[in-house]
Design a protein around this ligand. Structure first.
Ligand code: HBI
Ligand code: FE
Length: 286
């Protein structure tokens, strides 16, 4: 993967962490956080899974300004034993997995510029902290993330990271969860995006299909625009049960000879919540 060619910047520890250097944030940086936070805080109630809102509250993330990671880690540590550590940007897969396996979530310490509110390539502190950290206060999701890190270390040794990366993508980053009141958001890539928070639930374009581990691991994904397909889990407990409490070794062997599934495909065996029109993707490609 591309991360293999990353080189460790000067001043970075062996595990790629750096001091957050909270005092170095400018008034503009904090204002950018507040703008992004207020927008999502108004949009998400009723759309996001209630456990996410519980996490925001428990971690006092509504306090204005970019959170101080030490303060945040202290609260998170009490809830689930996780910490947040600062990194300069993307880190190599093995480093990333190692942090997760040790219940450390890595966050970029920088924040996007005011002219990049809606789109940026690298994960910044808003995506990483607002998007990912609230669910780390939930005991089951917290265990899922640690198990993912452990699974990642094994997948790296077996040379099958691509399959496991798809699991992260379609759950941790872009997952939906079923509830009595309809589908809800929980993926960090969605909940940290003003536009995708609406698209993922309301737009007729994407498919929304039931979570199925084998099926998911064969499904390609796109990183450059709104998703064309979302996988829907029943609950965090079910997600953890179906995935990381099991040994993936035999599964990888089984998937070895099978072809990838196109992003927008719907199979006869799929549990279809929404058959998308794919109109958005078609228009973007035109
Ligand atoms: N590094 N900082 C950072 N954040 C990520 O989300 C991340 C990473 N390195 C690798 C990675 N994610 C993924 O490629 C793994 O899930 C496979
Ligand atoms: Fe992310």
């Amino acid at each position: 993967m591309a991360q293999d060619i990353l080189t460790r910047p000067d001043g970075t520890a062996a595990d790629w962490t750096i001091p957050q250097d909270w005092d170095a944030y400018t008034a503009e940086d904090h204002a950018t956080w507040d703008t992004l936070f207020d927008r999502q805080a108004r949009l998400l109630p009723g759309r996001v899974t209630p456990e996410f809102i519980d996490g925001l509250d428990m971690l006092r993330l509504s306090k204005p300004g970019i959170p101080d990671f030490d303060e945040l880690s202290e609260r998170l540590m009490k809830a689930t034993g996780w910490q947040v550590v600062a990194v300069p940007g993307l880190v190599p897969d093995d480093v990333f997995f190692d942090h997760l396996a040790n219940r450390r979530f890595v966050s970029g310490n920088f924040i996007r510029r005011p002219d990049q509110l809606d789109y940026l390539q690298e994960p910044d502190v808003f995506h990483d902290v607002f998007g990912h950290v609230p669910l780390l206060a939930h005991p089951v999701f917290a265990d899922y993330m640690q198990a993912y890190g452990e699974g990642g270390r094994r997948a790296a040794q077996a040379g099958v990271i691509e399959k496991l990366a798809r699991l992260y993508w379609y759950t941790v980053e872009f997952g939906l969860v079923r509830s009595e009141g309809g589908l809800k958001l929980y993926g960090a890539g969605i909940v940290s995006s003003y536009t995708e928070s609406v698209f993922a639930l309301d737009d007729p374009s994407p498919n929304r299909i039931g979570f199925d581990l084998r099926r998911l691991m064969r499904t390609k994904y796109r990183i450059d625009d709104f998703q064309q397909n979302y996988f829907v889990i029943d609950s965090f407990e079910d997600l953890l049960d179906q995935t990381l409490n099991t040994d993936f070794g035999p599964l990888y062997a089984e998937l070895e000879g099978q072809e990838d599934i196109e992003i927008e495909a719907i199979l006869p065996t799929d549990h279809v919540y929404t058959r998308g029109t794919q109109r958005y993707a078609r228009e973007q490609a035109a």
